[in-house]
Design a protein around this ligand. Structure first.
Ligand code: SF4
Ligand code: SF4
Length: 395
């Protein structure tokens, strides 16, 4: 399945440059009118929506039952207006909005859809709304795995005729950025996600996400960057206004532009995006991306706060290596903890035991920060290791 915007053209250094389009439109708020107008413009700049099949899946980011203004999840206005545009253009298609939240929220379907505003879309009759786990998972052996030889992926995801990926722009303490590519992580079952967060390190996580993405790349990608998240995302950062909606047929092109927006002068220096480029997901550099609807520099969000795991003054070529030496780890804030046990359930290596409060076995902890991400009370803080703290002080 090709997401290329146009045919390759040649370049003097022997590399074949390809051409990927990213459409942008300013959007001042989440009023239906403004979102609809901005979506139309951004999509039009990419050459329009590709034709879709009968069963169309809209895949927002519904990480946890949080309100839209917390900027954790894709805003319901973007999902709603995307559904409206699809209905208008392809009236014969049936639409389903679906995602899987973090593991422990899968049995809280009602509160998830209510808090994130998805029930309203269902009530209006614009689309069905469901969990991606509804029809079970299919186990697949990957012919050329980067990290995971076997994955279990949502049947809904695999069987949809067309997928429209509706991601949220956020920082991420592990992958630095979460946008279109990372949004496919929710298509996998709990065991696959646990295996991705194993003790094998960050590169293993990046490759696992890419393995999942390549199982079934979405046909089209929309990025909610009206309000995004800065600081220690993807669930405990701070909302930050950016005022843009982006669209592209290619997820990596879109994410590279998004990385530029949040302060990466060289988006392909983000190890996760570099790995995606190496795996052939899309462009190999910014010279292969054409941004339409705005100048790239106009998209930059001033003084954006990256995740604290990111050290800006490390040379690009050392970034991947330094991730092994500079890291964050979880630390309990006892007075905030209600002893709910969520952190124990989500820990992929069983490093947490709930006694009166959680105890972390540091010898087992792989510093994936899932406990931090999923704690409903914000009681699992992230701490910098000594070297990271020292570097931050002098940077
Ligand atoms: S740290 Fe958070 S997730 Fe863990 S028991 Fe306490 S409140 Fe629950
Ligand atoms: S204790 Fe937290 S950071 Fe450590 S492995 Fe478990 S979930 Fe990941």
């Amino acid at each position: 399945m090709s997401n290329k915007a146009s045919l390759p053209d040649g370049k003097g250094d022997g590399r074949v440059l390809k051409h990927y389009l990213v459409g942008c439109a300013a959007c001042p708020d989440y009023s239906y009118e403004n979102v609809n107008r901005a979506l139309r413009v951004a999509i039009e700049k990419t050459g329009g929506l590709p034709p879709v099949g009968k069963q169309v899946l809209l895949k927002p980011n519904l990480l946890s039952p949080r309100e839209p203004d917390e900027a954790v999840t894709s805003h319901p206005a973007i999902v709603r207006e995307t559904a409206s545009l699809l209905k208008e253009k392809f009236p014969a298609s049936s639409l389903l909005v679906a995602d899987n939240p973090g593991y422990i929220f899968t049995d809280r379907k009602e509160s998830l859809f209510r808090a994130t505003g998805m029930w309203e879309i269902k009530k209006e009759g614009l689309a069905e709304v469901s969990l991606l786990s509804r029809d079970g998972y299919k186990s697949l052996r990957l012919p050329k795995p980067l990290a995971l030889e076997r994955v279990c992926v949502s049947s809904i995801w695999l069987l949809a005729d067309s997928v429209i990926n509706i991601a949220k722009l956020k920082t991420h303490v592990e992958t630095e950025i979460t946008a279109s590519i990372k949004n496919v992580f929710g298509t996998a079952d709990r065991d696959t996600r646990m295996a991705a967060h194993s003790a094998k390190g960050k590169a293993h996580l990046y490759r696992s996400i890419i393995d999942l993405f390549l199982v079934r790349p979405p046909e089209f990608n929309i990025l909610d960057a009206v309000w995004c998240m800065e600081g220690n995302g993807p669930s405990r950062g701070m909302p930050r206004f950016a005022g843009w909606i982006l669209a592209s047929r290619n997820a990596l092109a879109l994410d590279a532009v998004a990385a530029f927006m949040i302060g990466y002068e060289k988006p392909f220096s983000v190890p996760f995006l570099a790995e995606a480029a190496k795996s052939g997901l899309g462009p190999g550099g910014m010279e292969e991306i054409e941004v339409r609807g705005a100048k790239l520099e106009e998209l930059r969000i001033p003084s954006f706060k990256k995740a604290t795991s990111v050290i800006g003054n490390i040379p690009d070529r050392l970034r991947g290596f330094c991730h092994r030496l500079l890291f964050l780890y979880p630390e309990l804030i006892p007075k905030k903890c209600i002893g709910c046990g969520v952190c124990e359930k989500v820990c992929p290596v069983q490093a947490i035991t709930i006694k009166r409060i959680p105890e972390i076995d540091r010898s087992k902890c792989v510093k994936c920060l899932c406990c931090h991400e999923m704690c409903p009370e914000g009681a699992m803080a992230v701490k910098e290791n000594l070297l990271l703290g020292m570097l931050r002080k002098i940077s």
